[in-house]
Design a protein around this ligand. Structure first.
Ligand SMILES: [Zn+2]
Ligand SMILES: [Zn+2]
Length: 339
């Protein structure tokens, strides 16, 4: 097999390796498409707790080539998407059904070898079979869509709500679609890239503003005649946008921190305002029990991703894919290891 490996932070090498031997319950997949996520960039930059050396890539789909002993439900030749997050099943959060908050969480592409490779091994329980009509490159979105679905369930937008979305990269553009499916009546987006603003509008956002030119709060007033949003979804992960997110919530508002902020980032919150306006501030981590529904949304066409693919690159171009992401020149790059 061939793989793009990070031996340590800041280094990416394409290497030839022996195919791994399958253990109990494992499947060997031929990877057809793997999304390049901000987490891969954070791992490369040494800002995410990964286990080096690692083959990154946790958003992928492909064809089962071989199954190990004790594998049920999945057979060679079937196409699957992988849920990369593997809980231990016995720690306190796991015991409380908070499997995504597992204290011994292992993640394919982060703490175990992932999908930037021609082949990848995964436990069969992590595999979701694909509908016949779904291309692998669409199925490779099921992991980020699943993460967004969990975020939506946390923020719980209601029919008729005004929703503000800060940042319209891949995640923001998925969130626009999902909050509209939840019945949000006005979605206002803040995003510096004209191309991404255009896409946000095409998905049904009422307004998409350039933060360098128009304040999002002002845009919400312009769109609704009232100040503030019922739900604010922060999809950037900076201190400034997190601060802005809290300030945009109106009475009874809910603020979701979805963008991955640096660990040391801090924002100022007025406890009085949180109390007086009953503002809820919440987080969302990964994809507990949402990937099957993400696949259903993709299959039905109610969440659309084809327009979000800006680059398709072979394994040798993983460094370029990371560079494109770091310089905001891409919405979604797919690594296609068989090319
Ligand atoms: Zn990801
Ligand atoms: Zn656990």
């Amino acid at each position: 097999m061939r793989a793009a490996v990070f031996p340590r932070p800041g280094v990416c090498a394409v290497v030839e390796r022996e195919l791994p031997a399958l253990r109990e319950g494992e499947i060997l997949m031929r990877v057809e498409a793997c999304g390049v996520c901000g987490t891969d960039l954070h791992i490369y930059e040494g800002e995410f707790p990964a286990q080096f050396p690692v083959i990154p890539g946790h958003e992928f789909a492909g064809v089962v080539e071989e199954t190990g002993p004790g594998v049920e439900h999945v057979r060679p030749g079937e196409r699957v998407a992988i849920n990369p997050n593997i809980p231990c099943g016995v720690c306190r959060p796991c015991e409380r059904a908070l499997v995504h908050l597992c204290r011994q969480l292992r993640t394919i592409g982060v703490t175990m070898d992932g999908g930037f490779a021609t082949h990848c091994v995964a436990p069969f329980r992590q595999a979701h079979k694909l509908p016949d009509s779904m291309p692998c490159e669409v199925a490779a979105f099921s992991e980020p869509v699943a993460c967004c679905l969990h975020g939506i369930e946390q923020a719980d937008p209601q029919p008729g709500d005004v929703v503000a979305i800060i940042g319209a990269g891949l995640i923001g553009l998925l969130m626009v679609q999902l909050v509209l499916l939840r019945g949000a009546c006005v979605v206002v987006v803040s995003e510096p890239s004209p191309q991404k603003r255009e896409l946000a509008l095409s998905f049904g956002a009422a307004l998409a503003v350039d933060p360098q030119e128009e304040d999002l709060g002002g845009a919400i007033s312009r769109a609704t005649g009232d100040s503030g949003a019922d739900v604010v979804i922060e999809c950037v992960g900076s201190e400034a946008t997190a601060q802005q997110a809290v300030s945009l919530a109106r009475e009874g508002g809910r603020v979701l921190f979805f963008g991955v902020a640096p660990e040391q980032a801090r924002v100022a919150v007025s406890p009085y305002e949180v109390y007086r306006k009953e503002i809820a501030i919440m987080g969302s981590f990964t994809n507990p029990f949402t990937q099957g529904r993400a696949l259903a949304l993709l299959e039905s066409g109610r969440v659309k991703v084809e327009n979000l693919i800006t680059h398709r690159l072979p394994l040798t171009e993983v460094p370029r894919a990371l560079e494109l992401l770091a310089t905001h020149q891409t919405i979604r790059t797919l690594i296609e290891p068989q090319t």
